[in-house]
Design a protein around this ligand. Sequence first.
Ligand code: SAM
Length: 282
Amino acid sequence: MELGRKLLERYGLTHSKRLGQHFLFDRGILERIARCAMPLSEDRIVIEVGPGPCGLTAAILEICKPRRLYCVEKDVSFEKLHRDFAADHPGKLEFIYGDALDIRPQSLTSNQNFSIIANLPYNVGTKLLTNWILDPVGIGKMTLMFQKEVANRINAAIGTKAYGRLSVISQLFCEIERLFDVPAGAFYPMPKVDSTVINLVPKRTELTTDDINRLQNLTENCFQKRRKMIHTILKSKYPEPVIKETLAQCNITPTMRPEEITPSQFLRLVRHIFRDLALIKN
Ligand code: SAM
């Protein structure tokens, strides 16, 4: 930690709360995250979001040995540190400055099987994950650190309090492996909460963009009213006979609440309402 603080000092860097800057300097933890990202695909292309002072970047280079590592950072005050770091790793690294929310990973590489590795900033972690899950072309595997509460939601079991829209979307579109927790005290500055590292591997699906958009709308609508019965939620949008037919087709009891409906039942629901019954309305 002391060495990390000195590094920031040397470059006149502080830390921004707004950018979710809680840095990791513990080599053991950083190397463990990098090991969880192994094996890389044959082409060994990695994208890191938010390299900051390059602790995780160094571990990725050492453990994963990528052919090329693209690093997307919003905070340009790291530029000098990044330039010096890149000089020690010629031909391996490219730093891109901008908001990861606006940069599709696919625009950085034409490679069709790359990995994303990141200690994600808390404030945009969920949004970034949703973007990647719903636009997964080329993403082979994601090794990501989230605040523990978000990791719990991603991986939540049906019927639990944490089960919601993020769980449905993540579990429908990815194989998820929860790896390990990192205590708040391991970060500088120390956040209020612990973190968790997880692996997500996008599944091959035959969903259309329309299916995906509709699924997003439906789950958003349902989990905003998570204590209501599914029949009541749908009643505000669709005619009674459609609801009855749809729920029966999907093996969903009308009195079930959103938190009791499995991810695949949500998908069937979307397909049945919009595709089979051709009720084109979001
Ligand atoms: N990877 C470093 C580590 O593990 O110590 C830093 C992780 S820190 C939790 C998050 C990093 O993401 C910071 O460097 C921050 O500046 C950067 N960041 C925050 N918001 C971002 C965004 N929207 N796009 C790209 N980078 C962002």
